[in-house]
Design a protein around this ligand. Structure first.
Ligand code: PLP
Length: 402
């Protein structure tokens, strides 16, 4: 007999990206020549000097629990990083280190949300946000940003989504999955709306800060509107910037009371994050940053390749990304032209079955009619995958286009 599950967990499901990726890997293990473009993690290895820091930490006996909110020296490095790269000033009691940004955001939601509270999530969104909100028994309020608006919400859309129950908004720029980043001027407009609602906590998920090639340097909403410092928690981590997804280190800077509440949740769940990974993360964010620039240049070169190919496929509508290692594009015209394919999920299944490429349907990110591909994979494989995608889309779209 199946076990009874909590109502909380029954409301959510496993990440659709993990499901799609697992399916692709299963087919691969069965001998199929699948190219997996679903994964949201760098294909680069963690740079050697960071690994060396971990080895040294182990040798030095840094193998015990640390303070729940992180080692004092990592917190000091995080404060210096926020000052150096983001012109943001934090005190040690405004910083917490967690087992990834995912845990940090989860902790904040557990610490601040109640049943019935509303959380504004612009779509397309990172798949975990709505489910984390549901786990906190609050309500996700999705605000859709179309491809015509470069997948970015406007101040007017934000203003009309706010109700007396709104308690939080999540902003992720550059965005997974869209690859788009808000400009400082756009942040200023969103910030002007949020300033009128001091009860709304702003989550600034800056995960892809360093994978950016937009016309202007990185900024977040606090840079555009410093007046929001009492409402904003800035999240960042080492997973994507330093190719350290498996090390599980993220950090947050924000108002003291919110950080203290996140610490309470963490102290009764996971305690401190991994001591050795903390030592490695400290070196990652303080040492010479040329590895970051090199990886970003590689992603940008791949983006040019991907964008050029996607642009040339009939039926695909695609805008150039400003950063990240994802392309997110509309396949609605192909779906409309293909009687046997009704939506993006079925198209992704078709591509896996018939073209041997695994992609993530836009529905997973709250934006049906689109697909996401990750170009955190070798150029050689990307070229092969894009050829397969082109052939498959031409097969589907040509009868109507002719
Ligand atoms: N935020 C965004 C937008 C992400 O894409 C991801 C990972 O895919 C995370 C947070 C989680 O990062 P971490 O590995 O630090 O938990």
């Amino acid at each position: 007999m199946p076990h009874q599950l909590s109502q909380r967990v029954s409301r959510i499901g496993q990440s659709p990206i993990h499901v799609m990726s697992a399916r692709a890997n299963r087919l691969k293990a069965e001998g199929r020549d699948i190219i997996n473009l679903t994964t949201g993690e760098p294909d680069f290895d963690t740079p050697e000097h960071i690994k060396e820091a971990a080895r040294k930490a182990m040798q030095a006996g840094m193998t015990k629990y640390t303070a729940v909110d992180g080692t004092p020296s990592l917190k000091k490095a995080v404060i210096a990083k926020f000052a150096r790269d983001n012109q943001l000033d934090f005190e040690p009691n405004q910083i917490i280190v967690s087992a990834g940004v995912k845990q940090g955001i989860y902790n904040l939601m557990q610490a601040t949300l109640n049943a019935g509270d509303e959380v504004i999530i612009p779509a397309p969104y990172w798949t975990s946000y709505p489910d984390m909100v549901l786990l906190a028994e609050a309500k996700p309020v999705i605000v859709a940003a179309s491809i015509e608006q470069n997948f970015k919400i406007t101040a007017e859309q934000l203003a009309s989504a706010i109700t007396p129950r709104t308690r939080m908004i999540i902003i992720n720029s550059p965005s997974n999955p869209s690859g788009m980043a808000y400009t400082k001027a756009e942040f200023a407009k969103l910030g002007a709306v949020l300033m009128k609602h001091p009860q709304i906590i702003i989550v600034s998920d800056d995960m892809y800060e360093n994978i950016l090639w937009a016309n202007e340097p990185f900024s977040n909403i606090l840079n555009a509107c410093p007046q929001l410092h009492d409402q904003t928690v800035v999240f960042n981590g080492v997973s994507k910037t330093y190719a350290m997804t498996g090390w599980r280190i993220g950090y947050a800077g924000g108002p003291k009371d919110l950080i203290a509440a996140m610490l309470v949740v963490q102290s009764q769940s996971t305690s401190s994050s991994n001591s050795i990974a903390q030592a490695a993360a400290e070196v990652a964010i303080t040492a010479d940053q040329s590895c970051v620039r090199n990886m970003c240049e590689a992603y940008q070169a791949r983006h040019e390749l991907v964008y050029k190919s996607l642009k040339a496929i009939p039926g695909i509508e695609c805008h150039p990304c400003m950063g990240t290692f994802y392309s997110f594009f509309s396949v609605q015209k192909i779906i409309d032209a293909t009687p046997e394919i009704n939506n993006d999920v079925e198209l992704a299944e078709y591509l896996l079955d018939k073209a041997n490429i695994a992609v993530v349907p836009g529905t997973a990110f709250g934006t049906p009619g689109c697909l996401r591909i990750s170009f955190a994979t070798s150029t050689e494989l990307l070229i092969k995958a894009l050829e397969r995608l082109t052939t498959a889309c031409q097969t589907l779209f040509e009868p109507v286009a002719a």
